[in-house]
Design a protein around this ligand. Structure first.
Ligand SMILES: Nc1ncnc2c1ncn2[C@@H]1O[C@H](COP(=O)(O)OP(=O)(O)OP(=O)(O)O)[C@@H](O)[C@H]1O
Ligand SMILES: [Mg+2]
Length: 390
């Protein structure tokens, strides 16, 4: 492999805007969350729930748990909308081959070793109850098991209820098993439902967006591997654009680095940042691009929608990423000589909640408590980036 190809290969692994991290070498930060998971594993009868917004890095952390935590047997399953309690557990048990000793036939039969697949046993059940799962787990070789269920937000109410019952009985009876539920949610109830009986045995771990220093680690460690130096102002800008969403750090670093390597350069300056922004935007996921397009396209002029959307993206937010009309008005009027009345803003923001305007925003609460937020949190950074394209 030539030197250029080698470097391109490295940046392709270090900067992964569209895939979760799956190698410890490219995983940064998240010490606190990982520690909390380890504590849950060590505490008998405790399980954990890892929840947060879309795209904050939940799956990456779930992947890393399976490598980094020692003395456990980890199994990670991704749940989908079609899943029921049974299909999820079939996948879990299918991935644990259990060797099984039986006696052969004859007077002095030799011992026979065969592989027992517990998944096949469940397949024969017409309905699987939490107590069945408990009995099957007891048949497994004695080990500390870590079962991780990613995208648990996809599961139906009935599945969540069965898991709640299972958590309760595992906590009481099988202390060497830890379940970790991972998914998009604002709070624990949203992910698993409200079950007072399991509150005590569920450690709640909220996954925040990445801190600036964690984003900086992604940049520095990736560039170090290919000998690229970055202008400190450009580095700050990337961190600011990303607003804690590593997706954008990966996106801008990948396209900037690719351009540098192909041009045999090694200093990431403002010129390369502009190229990275333009290329990066073309490669942002389709759903974001198309809903943005719907939001701003107008037969008369796109300008009005662009201004409103930009004001939303820059508006001050609360801890739930929500903003008020007055915050948007403030941003909208910041550089205007004649300020626009908030009625106008209210009307347009309400339009942005509609399907025909890309359903970019969601309205939360009523009256004086009315708040809005971007349905896809990655949209905020996309709107900001779009302002910087030519
Ligand atoms: N600790 C980390 N270090 C470096 N990059 C990370 C880290 N965590 C996440 N990323 C990057 O951030 C992006 C989103 O990560 P990931 O897919 O894990 O998020 P998620 O919360 O599971 O998203 P979703 O809600 O869509 O399932 C990916 O590009 C991933 O490579
Ligand atoms: Mg995920």
């Amino acid at each position: 492999m030539g030197k250029i190809d080698e470097k391109l290969d490295i940046i392709g692994r270090a900067f992964t805007p569209s895939t979760p991290i799956n190698e410890t070498d490219f995983f940064h930060g998240r010490k606190n969350q990982l520690e909390q998971i380890v504590n849950s594993i060590n505490l008998e009868g405790q399980h954990a729930i890892l929840y947060g917004e879309r795209g904050v890095g939940k799956t990456s952390l779930a992947n890393i748990m399976t490598f980094k935590i020692t003395n456990i047997y980890p199994i990670k399953i991704t749940c989908n909308r079609q899943d029921d309690f049974k299909s999820i557990w079939i996948r879990v048990f299918d991935s644990i081959p259990v060797s099984h000793k039986t006696n052969g036939i004859g007077f002095k039969p030799p011992e026979k070793k065969s592989v027992l697949n517990l998944g096949n046993i469940i397949k024969q059940f017409s309905e699987v109850k939490p107590s069945d799962i408990e009995s099957l787990i007891k048949k497994l070789p004695r080990y500390n098991y870590l079962f991780i269920f990613d995208e648990f937000d996809n599961t139906k109410r009935k599945v969540k209820d069965s898991f709640a019952d299972l958590i309760k009985s595992l906590s009481d009876n099988l202390s060497y098993v830890t379940l970790v539920f991972v998914g998009i949610a604002d709070n624990v109830e949203e992910l698993i439902g409200s079950h007072q009986s399991i509150e005590r045995c569920l450690k709640q771990i909220k996954m925040p967006v990445m801190s600036n220093s964690e984003c900086a680690m992604i940049i520095d460690s990736g560039f170090r591997k290919v000998g690229i130096t970055i202008d400190p102002i450009v580095r700050e800008k990337i961190i600011e654009f990303a607003s804690g969403y590593a997706h954008y750090v990966h996106l801008l670093c990948y396209f900037g680095a690719k351009e540098l390597i192909e041009n045999k350069r090694n200093y990431f300056n403002q010129v390369y940042l502009s190229i990275a922004i333009n290329k990066g935007i073309e490669n942002v996921n389709e759903q974001i691009r198309s809903s943005y397009q719907k939001a701003i396209t107008d037969s008369k002029s796109n300008a009005k929608w662009l201004s409103v959307l930009n004001a939303c993206a820059h508006a001050k937010t609360d801890q739930f990423n929500c903003f008020k009309i007055s915050d948007v008005s403030y941003e909208y009027n910041r550089n205007k000589i004649t300020p626009i009345r908030s009625n106008y803003i209210t009307y347009n923001i309400n339009q942005l909640c509609k399907k025909e305007r890309g359903e970019i925003l969601k309205k939360i609460g009523t009256g004086v408590n009315t708040r809005f937020r971007f349905i896809n949190p990655l949209m905020r950074a996309f709107v900001k980036l779009k302002m910087h394209t030519v």
